[in-house]
Design a protein around this ligand. Sequence first.
Ligand code: OOG
Ligand code: NI
Length: 267
Amino acid sequence: MHTQVNELFAHLWQNYLTVTPSADKIHALLGSSQQNDVLNDHIALRTFNLEKVNLDKLAAHFLALGYVECGEYHFEAKKLYAKHFEHPDANQPKVFISELLLEKCSPELQAIVSQLVEQMDPEAVTADNFLYSGRHWQLDQAAYRTLLAESEYAAWLAVWGFRANHFTVSVNALQNFETLDSVNQALKQAGFALNTSGGEIKGSPEQMLKQSSTLADEVMVEFSDGSAMIPSCFYEFARRFPGADGNLYSGFVAASADKIFESTNAR
Ligand code: OOG
Ligand code: NI
């Protein structure tokens, strides 16, 4: 079971690196001179709530590996719903999966998204490689722009498809950094831009979770009618605090997550 979990995350990481050149550099910056590899707190995936590809379809891949559903989150303004999953081995990354609630979106957006998802092979969603399989449809720049005007999330998903949209470093497990602020300072000194929506640091010790993230890299994307620079994926940093029971909090904080989503906004 563990081998399969490790293999899945290795594939997700390799796929993430192909569109996130800064991640390798940040991984080296934080992990260099520490004995163990950087520990991942969690990853996140995005999807549409259409029957063919909804949150449960993505979650099934993790449930099959022993993951358990642990929390749910609502994002009214962004029209998103999310759940998080944990593995019985607390050293395995947590998983945050969100879905766009299409019935709350405009008929125009719904029509574009349906037309994209219709192009998918119905078998694709259960294939072993689905969670790092990327985009399964043709997309032109006009459709991308239309989605972007209404939902940055929809536009991102239309371009990038199914993949980890970020990995998250567990700051608790770093040997060379104690605080999230010291991580942020090192990142800024090395020239990486942070997501400042809601402040550089989201959350507090009282909420038992403090988070920060880079702004997504921008890479060249091929559309069916040309290419353009588009935000890809970002890197997140999380420090967890113990609750009354002495255990580190293992959930997410909706108000902070709401701002973390904006890490894929264009610069
Ligand atoms: C997920 C944003 C939320 C967190 O740690 O709160 C999140 C996303 O951008 O898809 O990852
Ligand atoms: Ni996250």
